[in-house]
Design a protein around this ligand. Sequence first.
Ligand SMILES: NC(=O)c1ccc[n+]([C@@H]2O[C@H](COP(=O)([O-])OP(=O)(O)OC[C@H]3O[C@@H](n4cnc5c(N)ncnc54)[C@H](OP(=O)(O)O)[C@@H]3O)[C@@H](O)[C@H]2O)c1
Length: 284
Amino acid sequence: MTVTEKDEDAKYVDALAYALDRGINFTEIALGYGHGQALALFKQALTKSSATRNDIFITHSLYTRDLPSMDVVKEDTANFYKMMQTDYADSTLVTQSLILKFGETVIYPFLHELLKSGKTRYVSLSNASPDWIRKFRNEFDDKFIAHEGHLSFEVRALQDKGVFDVCKELGIENIIWRPLGRSKTLQRNWPLLVELASKYQKTQGEIILNWICSLGYRPMIFSTSLVHIDENISAIQFKMTSEDYARMNDFRPTDYRPAFVDWEGPNIDDDIVRLVNEFDSRTP
Ligand SMILES: NC(=O)c1ccc[n+]([C@@H]2O[C@H](COP(=O)([O-])OP(=O)(O)OC[C@H]3O[C@@H](n4cnc5c(N)ncnc54)[C@H](OP(=O)(O)O)[C@@H]3O)[C@@H](O)[C@H]2O)c1
């Protein structure tokens, strides 16, 4: 919410318009982000940029914390189309916790109806276990386009659990949230990142994003800086050796024991977010 404080609006709109003009064409928006303000700013940015609605892929996300009832879920969805002045979402995203909160018999028909009516082209899932990814795939087949999960240099719980592998196996896109650990990863100067940045004459951020892309995943990065946006795009324009990619894959912080995640539980979102945030509070 702090990122959508009024006095910063112009900065966010300019950064988003710049990213769209540079060809970044995927975004994920929840009405809960900044109480709707993030969506309003994105709409302004789209108008300002040279991109059109059909050039971009917008995922409308339904996050459990914002949605106390199915009536609010439906209201949120209707407001997305209205505020975005669009007839459709490219994908509608639910989390495992939302499915568990309202039940498969409620959420699945809701999503099927959106698909059938053309209100959404695809469906996506976030913060789900491998078993739930398989279940969702059985239900929605090739309409299930992407799973959003966390991967950063330090926090590998989803990688170790096999979340990304199961998506790859099923042909589902792996969208990576918070890939730079809100840029804190870059401030820790991990020796491997420092070494590879020096070897390839790139920044540590470029090394991380290049590694994530080498796995076939799509990092979703927040940035208000035009310099950072350029840098993040250039991260896909070089290759490292297979040995260096393997070292990136194999890295695990030695003094870090990941927090507990109840992979099949109704609070998996909270558990994963805690896992990510807890790492931040434990290390310098
Ligand atoms: N599915 C989910 O449960 C979930 C959860 C959390 C987030 N998300 C999504 O993931 C997106 C990204 O996550 P995030 O914003 O939490 O974390 P992030 O993208 O890892 O980090 C964003 C921070 O990194 C900085 N940054 C970006 N590029 C940089 C670069 N090249 N060098 C140095 N710093 C750089 C940004 O600062 P500047 O503005 O200065 O560039 C910003 O402070 C969010 O926008 C959201 O849509 C999804």
